[in-house]
Design a protein around this ligand. Structure first.
Ligand code: 6CS
Ligand code: FE
Length: 304
């Protein structure tokens, strides 16, 4: 018997109060253990403390080359550009993101289900995992616009109905990430607190939020307190490296005014024990290509 929306208790309320609130996290960060995957006990401890973990050379330079070729093919394909899963930059009209890219591209489907990726997600989440969302972010040179500060979980909870903080994102760099071309920035440790944001979710919010997020972005006062408390880590690194980060990290990335693109593939794994319910802070759920309700485990069978 599914819990009725009216009777369920929301321990992470957001977009319901007139004032922002900072709540304590009520979920573990690491659900697995050192003997259930490639991460050592120290690496898991670091992930638990900071909310993220950088992995150098996760994939080979040859694989990076195949990703580049696939990115070029997709961005030049008019049917992909016209697809509702493709987000176009507001000013330059260049491709900003392509969602559900693991269903559009065999190349990206392969890496999304690769044991090097899925094995790490299973270890962090302590269960079988499925793909909640995948996207490629192009962030082209000169034109790639910013992603303002936000917690992914706040959106996935409010708009997709994700109950608990038991999801992990992996961002695999397809280009070199320099300090100056809009790399991922994370407030290390911010995942331990949850910012309940102000402002109701507009109807069909995703049609604008994926271009530039509005609802669910914290207020400047709270963000300033967070930056003062946690600092801002800038995740630079060579193409082929990756960052795994908790669903509730406060993160952002700046616009790219340099000639050097900052492209990544971004895959979100959710625990099969944390499947989506009705949205907690929106009138209706977002489309499947943004938030999957297919809990089929990723990566084939495992010995979990
Ligand atoms: O709304 C979402 O699901 C997406 N938006 C951002 C800015 N990050 C997470 C996710 O890809
Ligand atoms: Fe995000």
């Amino acid at each position: 018997m599914s819990e009725s929306v009216e009777s369920r208790i929301d321990i992470y309320p957001t977009r319901v109060n007139a004032e922002p609130k900072v709540l304590d996290r009520d979920d573990p960060t690491v659900w697995g253990s050192a003997d259930s995957g490639p991460f050592s006990a120290d690496e898991l401890a670091g992930y638990s403390r900071k909310g993220y973990l950088a992995i150098e050379d996760l994939v080979t330079q040859e694989e990076v080359g195949s990703f580049h070729a696939e990115l070029a093919r997709l961005s030049e394909d008019p049917t992909v550009r016209a697809d509702e899963r493709t987000v176009i930059e507001a000013t330059s009209q260049q491709v900003r993101s392509i969602f559900e890219v693991h269903k559009i591209s065999a190349v990206f489907d392969k890496i999304a289900n690769d044991p090097r990726v899925v094995g790490r997600a299973r270890q962090i989440l302590g269960s079988e995992v499925y793909i909640h969302q995948s996207r490629v972010n192009f962030k082209p040179g000169f034109e790639g616009k910013e992603f303002s500060w936000h917690s992914d979980f706040e959106t996935w909870h409010a708009e997709d109905g994700m109950p608990r903080m038991r999801a992990v994102s992996i961002s695999i760099s397809m280009t070199d990430n320099y300090s100056f071309n809009g790399p991922l920035m994370i407030m290390a440790g911010s995942h331990t607190k949850y910012i309940s944001c102000v402002g109701e979710t507009p109807q069909e919010n995703y049609k604008s939020s994926l271009v530039m997020q509005g609802a669910g972005t914290p207020d400047k006062h709270t963000l300033t307190r967070f930056a003062d408390t946690y600092g801002i880590d800038v995740l630079v690194g060579k193409a082929g490296g990756a960052v795994m980060f908790d669903s509730n990290c406060m993160h952002a990335s700046n616009s790219n005014v340099t000639p050097y693109a900052r492209s990544n593939i971004f895959i979100v794994f959710n625990s099969v024990d944390n499947t989506l319910q009705e949205p907690f802070g929106a009138a209706s759920p977002r489309p499947e290509f943004i938030a999957s309700h297919d809990g089929t485990p990723a990566g084939g069978s495992s010995d979990i």
